[in-house]
Structure formats: structure tokens, C-alpha cells
Design a protein around this ligand. Structure first.
Ligand code: ATP
Ligand code: MG
Length: 393
């Protein structure tokens, strides 16, 4: 029944030149996303509105699912397009539309008409009143409520006529790329993909870094991270994923430092390396899936010790979330099933039985002195040998 979608987007605070950037970024991302849905689409901007029009056959469910992944879309409405062939035709089209979409359901409604084409022979108010009357005649269970209608039948008259009423919620947020870029530390866990999603939702493009430790971590564990990046890329577009071989650094820390400090020192090296890539590729911040108190390496003291090596801001969008809240979000965005696949990650392999939970920064810095001989060279090697994978949805 539908041939198009009207896209509604948040406009508050987006004015002047920024508004154009916002709209152009939104259109760009809509076009990118719709490549994944079956069908050809024309995406246009007209008088502060964005329309997505199918050029022939298309898969409605797939298209709706795709539009739900585009940040910046507050809501969208499936639209029926009628040719402009006089009021009697419009009235027939409207009744057919109402019948299809709502049957003879008990509901309250109002008709609201807008004329983009001022030479149409009837006034907006007159059109609304006349169509309202005909809907009442055809669907006796429906009633008019001009103040708080359950359904608003919208009529937009231009060279063709657009009818719509259904409103589907979008993800909200800001269009991709309107707020710079950040480097996500992406592991195979539940939290970091959600953290990436949350920052991306504010219009931030995402790059990612993954640390693996072959042969202690498997090829499957790496594939799982690529799979997670693929899911996040549905929302963000292509993700440049750096895969860093962390084995030698980890083994060296394991040899030189106290085992209960291993995790915290390792996390500090992860941050340093991720920040190096972030600087190299123009990211303005780091993103992690940390949440206060979740594990030993995420107490306030541990976070302070990890944070101390970073010069860039570190964004931790999950900082105040309980695990269950993060799980709920990961189910909503579609990463949960992949995250719970049982592949070991490099943090769990050398993990001490009793890691420090309240690391003292001075002590940690002193411990790191024991790495002086080889660590710089190992870090350089890890950076130089990192693999870059461009992950598309
Ligand atoms: P997650 O579920 O995201 O793996 P977690 O609860 O397992 O988190 P940690 O292992 O302490 O917590 O990791 C904290 C954060 O550090 C992660 O959210 C992620 O951003 C980053 N991180 C941890 N391990 C890796 C890794 N192997 N590669 C890249 N980033 C990592
Ligand atoms: Mg983890």
C-alpha cells in the first residue's frame, strides 16, 4: 500500500548552517542504510522535510527496520501517494487508505490538510471537514476528536497527494558524522558494543581497536569482534577496526610485574595504544564499556589508574548502568546474542585470582618501571603490525 516515508527529525538547537549539515548527514546515512534493504529509493529534502520514496517494488519490513537504525530520525510515517485527480478521487483514495490501515476500528480521529499547491480548488479546512464527514459515513465505529485524536489523518497536497497517519519511532539522536569521531575499545564482551552505540547515537563516527593475544585467544574470538563491529556498523556505517596483537606485551607484563597488577597495567597499555591510533586517525576521544564497580578493574581507583595514561577525554557512556540495563540495551540493538558466544578474550587469560581492587597510582607507575627495558619496542611493534579491517554491516 505504501510508496514512501516521511522522515521526522529533531530540530531543536539545529539552526542556520548547522541545519544543512544535519540534514545532509541524515540524508547521506539514510541512503547508505537503505542499500541494505531490497528496492531502489529516492531520498529528497523539501521544505524542511525529508522524504524517502520507493522507485517501484520494495520490501516494506526491511525498509522500516533500516530506517530504525538511522540516528537523527525521531519518527517516520509510511505514506500513500495519490495522483492529483480532483477531490472525488482523493476522497476514494482516503477511504481506501483508512480501510486498509485501520479497518472499521473504534478510534477517534481528526483530518489535517496542508496545501503546498495553493491553486488546489478547495481550502485546507474545507478538505479536512469534507474528508472527515466521509470517513464518519464509511466507518461508523470511528469518531472525530479535534483536540486529542488517537489518529491524525494527514493530507498533503502538492503535485501529488500524500496521505499518512501511522507514526513509527526512530532511534533519535544526531546524524552520523555531525559530531566528529571517537575511538572505541571494542572487546568481545557485552558492554563495549553498547558503549559504541551510545556515543554513535550522538552523531559521533566510530573507529575501533581490538586487542587479541594469539595463540591464547583464537581466530574465532577475533571473528566474534568483527561480527559485533558489523552489527554496530548497521547504525554507524563502515567501521575501521584495528586489530592489535597484544601477546608479547601481555607476556612481558606477566613476567615482570606482580600478577595482581597485571590487569590494571595491561588496561593502561591498551589505552595508550588506542590513543595512539585515535590521534593518528583524527578521533577526538576514546570510548570504553566501563561501569563503576562492575569488576576489579572498574572500581573508582582502577578507573583513575587507567585514565591517568590518557591525554584525550575517555567517554564511558555506561558508567552508571547496572549490568542488567546494559544487557537490555544490547538486546535492543542486536549485539547480545553475539556477545554471549563463549570465546575467551585476552583479559581473562592471564587474570590473577585476586587482582588489586584499589590500585595506588604511584605503586602502579613504579611497577611499570620494571618494563623499561623492552616495553617501548614492544608497543611500537604492536602498533606497526596492527591489522586494519574495514567492517561493513
Ligand atoms: P566488555 O563486556 O565490553 O568486554 P568487561 O565487562 O568485560 O567489558 P573489561 O574486560 O574490564 O570489562 O573491559 C573494560 C573495557 O575495556 C571494555 O568495555 C572495552 O572497552 C575495553 N576492553 C577490554 N578488553 C579489550 C580488548 N581485548 N580489546 C579492546 N578493548 C578492550
Ligand atoms: Mg571484556
Amino acid at each position: 500500500m505504501y510508496q514512501a516515508f516521511l522522515v521526522k527529525y529533531g530540530e531543536i538547537g539545529v539552526k542556520g548552517k548547522n541545519r544543512h549539515l544535519f540534514e545532509d548527514a541524515l540524508i547521506h546515512q539514510i541512503k547508505y542504510t537503505l542499500k541494505q534493504a531490497e528496492g531502489e529509493f529516492l531520498v529528497t529534502k523539501e521544505q524542511g522535510r525529508i522524504y524517502v520514496e520507493a522507485q517501484g517494488e520494495f520490501d516494506y519490513e526491511e525498509t522500516v527496520a533500516s530506517l530504525k537504525t538511522v540516528f537523527g530520525i525521531v519518527a517516520f510515517c509510511p505514506v500513500v501517494i495519490c495522483p492529483e485527480e480532483g477531490f472525488e478521487q482523493l476522497s476514494r483514495d482516503m477511504l481506501q487508505y483508512v480501510g486498509h490501515a485501520y479497518g472499521n476500528r473504534e478510534l477517534t480521529f481528526k483530518v489535517h490538510t496542508r496545501r503546498g499547491k495553493k491553486d488546489y480548488p478547495m481550502e485546507s479546512m474545507e478538505i479536512s471537514a469534507e474528508l472527515g464527514g466521509r470517513i464518519l459515513d464509511a466507518f461508523p465505529a470511528m469518531k472525530v476528536d479535534v483536540h486529542h485524536p488517537q489518529v491524525m489523518f494527514e493530507v498533503e497536497i502538492r503535485s501529488r497527494i500524500f496521505l499518512y497517519s501511522e507514526v513509527i519511532a526512530g532511534p533519535g539522536g544526531m546524524p552520523m558524522g555531525t559530531n566528529g569521531k571517537a575511538m572505541l575499545l571494542l572487546s568481545g564482551g557485552i558492554d563495549s558494543p553498547v558503549a559504541g552505540y551510545m556515543v554513535a547515537k550522538r552523531g559521533v563516527k566510530i573507529d575501533a581497536t581490538y586487542f587479541h593475544a594469539p595463540p591464547y585467544t583464537s581466530e574465532r574470538a577475533k571473528q566474534k569482534v568483527v561480527d559485533l563491529a558489523k552489527i554496530v556498523a548497521r547504525y554507524t556505517g563502515p567501521i575501521y577496526l584495528k586489530v592489535v596483537n597484544f601477546t608479547d606485551i601481555q607476556l612481558y607484563i606477566y613476567e615482570q610485574c606482580r600478577h595482581e597488577e597485571l590487569t590494571i597495567i595491561m588496561r593502561r597499555y591498551m589505552m595508550r595504544i588506542a590513543e595512539h591510533f585515535a590521534q593518528e586517525t583524527g578521533s577526538l576521544g576514546l570510548v570504553t564499556g566501563e561501569s563503576i564497580g562492575q569488576v576489579a578493574s572498574q572500581t573508582m581507583q582502577s578507573l583513575a589508574a587507567t585514565n591517568a595514561v590518557c591525554t584525550m577525554p575517555v567517554y564511558r557512556p555506561l558508567i552508571g548502568f547496572d549490568k542488567q540495563e546494559i544487557v537490555d540495551l544490547s538486546e535492543k540493538i542486536g549485539t547480545y546474542e553475539t556477545s554471549i558466544q563463549p570465546f575467551e578474550d585476552c583479559c581473562t587469560i592471564f587474570v590473577a585470582k585476586h587482582p588489586v581492587t584499589k590500585p595506588n597510582l604511584n605503586i602502579i607507575q613504579n611497577s611499570e618501571k620494571k618494563l623499561a627495558e623492552k616495553i617501548e619496542e614492544l608497543v611500537k611493534e604492536a602498533i606497526d603490525s596492527a591489522e586494519t579491517i574495514i567492517v561493513e554491516p
